[in-house]
Design a protein around this ligand. Structure first.
Ligand SMILES: [Ca+2]
Ligand SMILES: [Ca+2]
Length: 314
């Protein structure tokens, strides 16, 4: 192209482009940061208000698992499993007790079925108070979202559910009165129907926001991850994970470490070289059949206390 290229050289374009990308990225972070902070990681050693529990008192299995597959966040997820219809297991938090349902602006999660019937998926629900403004604080059962009413739940893949989206006849059902007259298990409600029927409903206080599997399921194993709940447009995302490995630096050991001498003190001075095993420093006199490779920076003191010695090419 013939033309005036004095204004910007190609390098200038590159620089300008990088600056623009950085500025736009900053704006994107600022924009997203207004709603979404970093996920809260929930691990066995740091549950951040969550707890697994046996919901029926008949056993079952629960805990943080690796995978399965590729979870939507991190490398692990929360696992729930039951062996028969009497068992029910759950993972819940009391962090949202008392929250009015009409203040909930986001409520999504992902689930994965390892095994179980075609309708089964870890559900998301909560202990419900159908009117948080009255004086009745008695237990009124739970309001539960189950994906299968309006979705095909798959085995062996992660699926994400937006529980607030009004699809078909809805996915929310009530286990207790008065909700079970409007949203029985055989005819669930959409979220908007729940809000219309019970405009002052909320998560019971005391009460939990709960992942659940079982209570009438012949057998099931599955996982959940990446729960996002928004209250007044302030979103919190929970990432369920196993604990970190105890020795995260183990991979820093050179792969040849096992071929090294067992202890530094067993390495003899070679050709007049003396070695300080603590500092890695070396000094020597005369002709050296071996050298310590390029001084201290390359004398790798392995975690086992060994050295790396290398013969100089002649
Ligand atoms: Ca009430
Ligand atoms: Ca995870």
């Amino acid at each position: 192209m013939v033309g005036n290229r004095s204004l910007f050289s190609s390098r200038s374009f590159l620089v300008v482009g990088l600056v623009l990308a950085a500025v736009l990225g900053t704006f994107a972070l600022y924009r997203d940061g207004a709603r979404a902070a970093a996920p809260v990681v929930v691990r066995p050693s740091s549950m951040n208000g969550w707890a697994f529990f046996d919901d029926n008192g008949n056993g079952g299995t629960y805990g943080m698992d690796p995978g399965p597959g590729t979870p939507p966040l991190g490398s692990g997820s929360a696992g729930l499993a039951v062996a028969n219809t009497t068992q029910g297991v759950a993972l819940g938090t009391a962090a949202y007790q008392g929250t009015r349902l009409d203040k909930i602006t986001a409520l999504t999660y992902s689930s994965y079925r390892v095994s179980g019937g075609p309708a089964l998926s870890i559900s998301l629900g909560f202990d419900v108070d159908y009117d948080v403004t009255d004086l009745n604080n008695a237990y009124q059962g739970r309001l539960t979202f189950e994906p299968y009413y309006t979705n095909s739940v798959m085995t062996g893949t992660w699926q994400t559910w937006n529980t607030l989206t009004a699809v078909g006849t809805g996915n929310w059902w009530s286990s207790g009165a008065p909700g079970n007259t409007m949203c029985p298990i055989g005819n669930p409600c959409t979220w908007s129907e729940v809000l219309a029927d019970f405009p002052n409903a909320g998560i019971r206080n005391p009460g939990g926001l709960i992942f659940k599997a079982g209570s009438g399921w012949a057998g099931f194993q599955g996982n959940a991850d990446a729960l996002t709940i928004g209250v007044n447009n302030a979103d919190t995302t929970y990432d369920f994970e196993q604990d970190l490995p105890a020795t995260a630096t183990a991979t820093a050991v050179p792969p040849t470490a096992t071929s090294l001498p067992p202890t530094p003190t067993s390495v003899p001075a070679v050709g007049g070289v003396s070695i300080d095993p603590r500092s890695g420093g070396a000094s020597g006199r005369g002709a050296l059949p071996f050298i310590v490779a390029a001084a201290a920076a390359t004398v790798a003191l392995a975690a086992t206390g060994g050295f790396v010695l290398r013969r100089r090419a002649r």
